[in-house]
Structures are given as C-alpha cells and as structure tokens.
Design a protein around this ligand. Structure first.
Ligand code: B12
Ligand code: SF4
Length: 513
C-alpha cells in the first residue's frame, strides 16, 4: 500500500496596517499598553481550515513589523484587508512579488475591487471563504492553484469552525472578536453589506457561540469581546430564545469574565426584553448607525428604520437600559444644507452620544449609492476607506469647500474637551449601571488610571474637565467612576485625531484617487 505523502506548507498570514484614525484607538491603546484594538478575525477563521501539519505564522502589521525574512521563509503569503488598508496592502504584496513568494488575497478589499490588484496578486479568494477552503487546500497541495476562487452565494456559518486563537499574541490586543451573524435585513443606500454579506441574516447556533466564548476563556482571554456582526439583532427571536439565555447561563457559571459590545440597528430600542437580555448577558455598548437627524437625508439614504423612530427617545431608552450608544454619523448627503453641521452637533451633544464617529458621505463599491453616482457621473474613483480623512469619492451637491470645512469644524467642536466632557456627563447621568458581578480590575487598568492622572490630569489640555468628571462621578455616581476614566482616555484619543484632522491641509479638497 502506498502511503499518502504528508505535505507541509509554510504559510505567512499578513494583516496590513490601517491608519491612525478614530477606529484605531491608537492614542488610547498606549494607556493600557496594547498594540491594536482588535485581531484580524478573517485570517484566524481561514487558518482554522488549513491542515494542522502546516506551519502557520501571523503578522498583524498594526502590532509588529513585517520582515523580509518572514516573507522569504513562506511558501505562500495570505493577505487579508479592508479598503482602508489598500495602500499598506499594495506595499506588502509588492514586497512579496519582489521576493518571489506567491500571494493569496482575500477579504472585503479584494472582493470589492480585485481589478486594483490584477497586476500584483497571484491568487484571489473573492467572497466568503468557508465553502472554498477545502478546494484551495487541495489545489495548494497539488501546486495547481486557480487564479480566482469566487464565492457568489453566502455560506452557512453554522458550520464555521472556531478561529485559531493560538496564532495571536493575545496580550497585544485590547479586545477579542467573535462573529455570531452575517448580513443585515436593511437596505441603506451607502452601505456595501448587502453585497458582502447579504440581506438575509445568517446566524451561528447557541452551541457554536458558547464554544467560541469558551475557547477564548480557555486560552486565558478575559474582559472585552466585540461581536463583529453587521447587525447583531438581525434575528431577534433566535437571540431571545436561544443565544442570549445560553450566554447568560455561561456568564453566570463563570462569574462574568467577559463584557461584550456589538452593532445594532435603532429598532433595538423597540424591544425591552431583548435589551434586558443583552444587558444581562454582559453587553454594555452598542454601535448604532444614526447617520443624521435630518429626515430628508435619511429618506435619501433609504434609512427608513431610522425615520420610523424618534431617534432621541430611542437613544435615551437604550442608554437607560445600561448601554453606551456609540453613534455613526454622516454629513454630505445631497439633501444636506450648510445648517447640517450645527444640527448634527446639537443632536450629538444633547443626546450624550459620547463616541460619535462622524464621516463624510462616501460611496463604497458594491453599494447602491456607488452605482447611482456612477450613472450620474459623480464618482471620483474609489473611497479611501478612512472615514475621518475629510475625503470623499463623491462630487457633492454642497460646495466642497463648505462641506469639508463644515465637517472639520464639526469634528473639532465635538472633541473639544469642554463639549466632550459635557456630553460624557450627560450620558453618565442617564446610564443605568447593570447589576452584574464586575470583572476584577486588572493591573493594566490600574496602570491606565495612573497614566491618565499624569497625562490628562496634570499635562492634558483637558485637565480641568478631567478632574471635574472624576470628582462628580466619585461623589454623585461612584458606580460609573471606572467608566469615567475609560471615557477620559478615549476622549484623549478622539481629541488627538480631531486635532490632526483640523491641521490637515485639506480645505475643500476631495478624493484624488
Ligand atoms: C472588526 C471590524 C473593524 C475593526 C478592524 C480591526 C480588525 N483587526 O479586524 C475596526 C474597528 C478597526 C474597523 C474599522 C473600520 N472599518 Co471595519 N469592520 C469590522 C467588521 C465589523 C468585522 C471584521 C471581521 O472580523 N469580520 C469577520 C471575518 C470572519 O470576516 P472577513 O474578514 O470578511 O473574512 C472572511 C472573508 O472575507 C474571507 N477572507 C478574509 N480575509 C481573507 C484572506 C484570505 C487569504 C482568504 C483566502 C480569505 C479571506 O474569509 C473569511 C471567512 O469567510 C467588518 C464587518 C464584517 N461583518 O465583516 C467591518 C468592515 C470590514 N469595516 C469596514 C469599514 C468601512 C471600516 C471603517 C472605514 C469604518 C467606517 N465606516 O467608519 C473603519 C476603518 C478603519 C480605520 N482605521 O480607519 C467595511 C469594509 C468595506 C470594504 N469594502 O473594505 C466592513 C466590511 C463593514 C462595512 N461594510 O461597512 N473595522
Ligand atoms: S448601514 Fe447598517 S443597517 Fe444599513 S444596511 Fe448597512 S449594516 Fe444594515
């Protein structure tokens, strides 16, 4: 009998770097001695399909440098990226090209714009990888790779295995990621989720999710976990009946070692039972695409779910159930008047949306907006993917100078310490602290507090506001004291990013790509 030859390939997995923006949390990470906010879950998922005999190495360039030797030692380099990593990806791939190591590229960037990489990428995985991984592995073993592996439908994530956490240096990350569902039932015009993940939400089952949570617990992870779903509440009844009760049970048995956060649509506020169960599970933050208080702009964006709600009441209600509402906001809709900047500012300020991510409207490939603007000849190439660089790939209706300058001053005002701390107090006042066992304060957290005293309380531009909020929380609402410290640190990051933006020379300039 002939024994099957064991093939052992050396795979280098690379996650290119993304710029230092609101989402990178880079200035805040310094306080807790972490290198990146989140791990590259796409690569960790793909890795779980590769044979155990293969030699795998992961370099997250947001945490460490990529050396030529790492590339030279590999048989193949796997690259995963989203749009904002375009430049770094091109750089990495060109390095692989010059060292003669073939590149297999996947993830949203390559799926949406493979043409940009035609000349430099050897093999593409377009779309979700799950159903194509066996074929890819077989072809790699036979050295007969096809140029394109294309998944046009959406897979059953109920079969996706647990990510290979052992490829990570856990201590470098502020939070871990888990994915429960993919897809979103809504149809916002500017969003590419329909093309990337579909309109019919697909979920993992409760056993799978508990398995993933347990696996993170087993590798020693504690505290923060981000459910990286497009819209976590796409199927509310399954969550309420199966998944959340199982998470609550697990958290209770393990004495609540984790806190969770995720992304939800505004209709979250309609369902008291869902909010209660999520809070009991340990969720304390939700990101909501609020976009704009202007109903004409919401209509234009096809964001009917927001139009149907009194946004202010919904935010307040979610906060009062024990969640921070992080909001995504957009300026630059066709219906936006120059008064929009002041309206956005007042809305964000009055509703205690402490973490307000405001961006200029952009049209990602794959969105309906992209197609509409292409037909109107109003597209300026591809979006950069960095939502706070004051760039847009759209020719706006508003005078571009007014738009960009208005945007920059809006961000500037929002993250001016006086305004930031004012809405922080607004939020902490209404926030209902969940009655759950608190995870133990860790040494990095104590370190972060001490660093904050030094950097913010003594040397910071925000020192007056910093001491005011700490004293207020200590005497009026001691349960939110640690939150006040965390937000003070976030505020420093946001302020730094806002200052960088306001100093940038882009005065009314649009995307040049
Ligand atoms: C976590 C996350 C982040 C993290 C990234 C950190 C990190 N290390 O991942 C943070 C918070 C920093 C972030 C930021 C932003 N993000 Co983001 N983010 C996500 C999110 C929610 C989850 C990513 C994830 O882990 N997915 C789970 C894994 C399993 O899926 P996956 O990566 O797609 O991988 C699968 C396939 O693509 C494939 N695959 C992936 N890589 C590879 C590689 C190879 C070799 C192969 C074979 C296969 C393969 O296999 C996997 C299994 O099928 C996604 C939405 C989503 N649900 O995916 C958005 C998403 C990636 N982000 C997006 C955007 C636009 C942004 C922002 C610009 C946000 C904004 N609008 O303001 C910023 C930009 C960052 C910056 N610094 O400026 C877009 C990207 C669109 C695009 N075309 O690139 C997405 C898709 C959401 C969306 N549609 O709006 N983001
Ligand atoms: S913007 Fe949010 S709610 Fe709208 S389609 Fe995209 S993921 Fe769904």
């Amino acid at each position: 009998m002939k024994l099957k030859e064991v093939i052992c390939l050396k795979i280098l997995m690379v996650y290119p770097s993304y710029p230092n923006t609101f989402w990178s949390f880079k200035y805040a990470l310094k306080f807790i001695s972490k290198r990146a906010a989140l791990p590259p879950l796409g690569l960790l998922t793909v890795a779980s399909y590769l044979p155990e005999t293969w030699d795998l190495k992961l370099i997250d360039m947001n945490c460490e440098k990529l050396n030529d030797n790492d590339i030279k030692n590999a048989d193949y380099v796997f690259v995963s990226a989203m749009t904002v990593q375009r430049e770094s990806s091109i750089d990495v791939i060109k390095r692989c090209n010059s060292l003669g190591i073939p590149v297999i590229a996947g993830g949203p960037l390559f799926t949406m714009e493979p043409d940009t990489f035609n000349e430099i990428v050897d093999y593409f995985m377009l779309g979700e990888a799950e159903d194509l991984m066996d074929e890819l592995v077989k072809d790699m073993e036979a050295h007969k790779l096809k140029r394109y592996y294309v998944q046009t439908s959406f897979c059953d994530i109920g079969k996706t295995p647990i990510p290979r956490w052992n490829l990570l240096k856990l201590k470098w990350y502020a939070s871990m990621s888990i994915q429960y569902s993919r897809g979103c039932p809504y149809n916002c015009e500017f969003c590419d989720i329909g093309a990337l993940s579909g309109r019919v939400p697909r979920q993992k089952n409760a056993k799978q999710i508990i398995g993933e949570i347990q696996s993170l617990y087993d590798v020693g992870w504690r505290k923060s976990i981000f459910f990286v779903d497009d819209n976590f509440i796409g199927n509310k009844s399954k969550l309420k009946k199966e998944v959340l009760p199982a998470i609550i049970e697990w958290q209770k048995t393990h004495k609540y070692p984790f806190t969770f956060y995720t992304e939800v649509s505004i209709d979250f506020s309609d369902d008291d039972e869902l909010m209660k169960l999520m809070s009991e599970s340990g969720f304390d933050r939700v990101f909501v695409g609020i976009e704009t208080p202007d109903s004409e702009s919401l209509k234009e964006a096809n964001k009917y779910q927001n139009m149907k709600h009194d946004l202010e009441k919904s935010i307040l209600k979610i906060q009062s159930f024990g969640f921070e509402v992080q909001g995504g906001f957009i300026v630059g809709f066709d219906s936006d008047m120059p008064t929009i900047f002041k309206r956005q500012f007042d809305f964000i300020q009055n509703n205690g949306v402490v973490t307000a991510m405001v961006g200029l409207l952009n049209a990602p490939r794959g969105s309906q907006l992209y197609e509409k603007l292409r037909s109107e000849n109003r597209l300026l190439g591809e979006m950069t993917g960095d939502n706070v660089d004051a760039m847009t790939n759209i020719i706006p209706k508003m005078d571009p100078k007014v738009l960009v300058n208005g945007y920059k001053s809006l961000v500037d005002l929002l993250y001016d310490p006086k305004n930031y701390y004012k809405r922080l107090k607004e939020f902490l006042s209404v926030y209902k602290v969940p009655n759950l066992p608190k995870p133990r304060t860790s040494i990095p957290e104590i370190g972060a507090f001490l660093k904050s005293i030094f950097l913010l309380g003594i040397f910071g531009k925000e020192r007056k506001e910093y001491w005011k909020i700490l004293t207020w929380s200590l005497f009026k609402k001691p349960k939110v004291f640690s939150k006040a410290v965390t937000f003070a640190i976030y505020g420093y990051h946001f302020r730094k990013v806002a200052e960088k933006l306001s100093k940038s020379p882009r005065k009314g300039r649009l995307s040049e790509t």
